[in-house]
Ligand binder design. Structure first.
Ligand SMILES: [Zn+2]
Length: 260
C-alpha cells in the first residue's frame, strides 16, 4: 500500500472520476484513517470535496452527538467520536451550518439550510430529517473508506418500510433552561447486515466504486438506495437483523423488542 501524500487537486480529480459531479447534494460518511495521507489532512479532504462540488453543490455530513446525557449545543458539542475527525473538522468550520438538536447534520452550500432546518424527530432518521431531505433533493451518498454499515440512509429505508423492531434509547435536551431526558425507540441493531445493500445496488448498476485519497469509495443516489432496499425490507422486514443463532447481542435486542 502506498503512503504517498495525495494532493487536493488530485483528490478533486479522483472524486470526479468516482462519479461526484458539480452541483450535487452530497452526503459523505468517511473514515479519515482509510483516506490518509493527503495534503492538509482532514481540512484538505473537505477542501477537495468542496471544490469537486463547486459553488452550486452542497456538502453534508453527519454531526450528531455521542453523548446522550448532556444537552446539545450546536456551537460547542463535539460530533460523536464514531463519526471521525473529518465530520468533527467540518462542523467546526465557520461557514458550515449545523442542526440544533442531538441528531444534527452539518452542511455547506446552497441547499444547506433546507437540509438541516427540521426540528428533532424521533426516531431520528426518517422523512423530515436530514437524510430525508437529502432524498427529497435527489442527493447522493458517498461512503468514503467506510461500508454500508455507516450508511444512515438505510435507517430511513427501515422507517419507510415500517420495520417492527424498536430498541429503547434516550437523549437529553434543554427545556426552560434545564436538562430534560427524552426516552424514545429507535430501529437499532449492529448494522453489519446493511452491507447487503452493496450487492442489491450493484445488481442494478446503481453503485459506482472508486478511490479517493487512499480509500475505496462507493457512490449512489439516495433515491436509488431507497428504491432498491424497500422491496427487500418489504419481502423480509428482518433482513438487516442477525438470526438468534448468530449470537449478535445488538440484534438480539431488536428481536426481543417484538413479541413472538
Ligand atoms: Zn447483529
Amino acid at each position: 500500500m502506498s503512503h504517498e501524500e495525495i494532493s487536493i487537486t488530485d483528490m478533486v480529480a479522483q472524486l470526479h472520476a468516482s462519479g461526484v459531479r458539480e452541483g450535487d447534494v452530497l452526503l459523505v460518511h468517511t473514515s479519515f484513517r482509510a483516506v490518509r495521507p493527503v495534503e492538509e489532512g482532514p481540512t484538505g479532504l473537505i477542501e477537495a470535496l468542496t471544490r469537486a462540488l463547486g459553488p452550486s453543490g452542497t456538502l453534508v455530513m453527519p454531526s450528531w452527538t455521542g453523548d446522550d446525557n448532556t444537552p446539545f449545543d450546536p456551537a460547542a458539542t463535539p460530533a460523536s467520536p464514531d463519526l471521525g475527525i473529518v465530520a468533527e473538522t467540518f462542523r467546526s468550520l465557520p461557514s458550515v451550518r449545523r442542526g440544533d438538536h442531538p441528531f444534527a447534520f452539518a452542511a455547506r452550500g446552497p441547499t444547506a439550510a433546507e437540509i438541516i432546518a427540521d426540528p428533532l424527530v424521533l426516531p431520528p432518521h426518517q422523512a423530515g430529517s436530514p437524510v430525508g431531505r437529502v432524498l427529497d433533493c435527489d442527493g447522493r451518498i458517498l461512503l468514503l473508506g467506510v461500508h454500508h454499515d455507516a450508511n444512515t440512509t438505510l435507517h430511513l429505508a427501515e422507517m419507510l418500510a415500517g420495520v417492527p423492531y424498536r430498541v429503547p434509547h434516550h437523549i437529553t435536551v434543554l427545556e426552560d433552561g434545564r436538562p430534560k431526558r427524552i426516552d424514545y425507540l429507535e430501529t437499532d441493531h449492529c448494522c453489519a447486515l446493511f452491507q447487503q445493500a452493496e450487492d442489491w445496488l450493484k445488481r442494478c448498476g446503481m453503485q459506482t466504486d472508486g478511490v479517493v485519497g487512499h480509500a475505496a469509495c462507493r457512490l449512489m443516489r439516495s433515491r436509488d438506495l431507497i428504491e432498491t432496499v424497500l422491496p427487500e425490507l418489504r419481502r423480509d422486514p428482518w433482513v438487516f437483523i442477525h438470526t438468534a443463532e448468530s449470537g449478535c447481542e445488538e440484534c438480539a435486542q431488536a428481536r426481543a423488542s417484538v413479541p413472538e
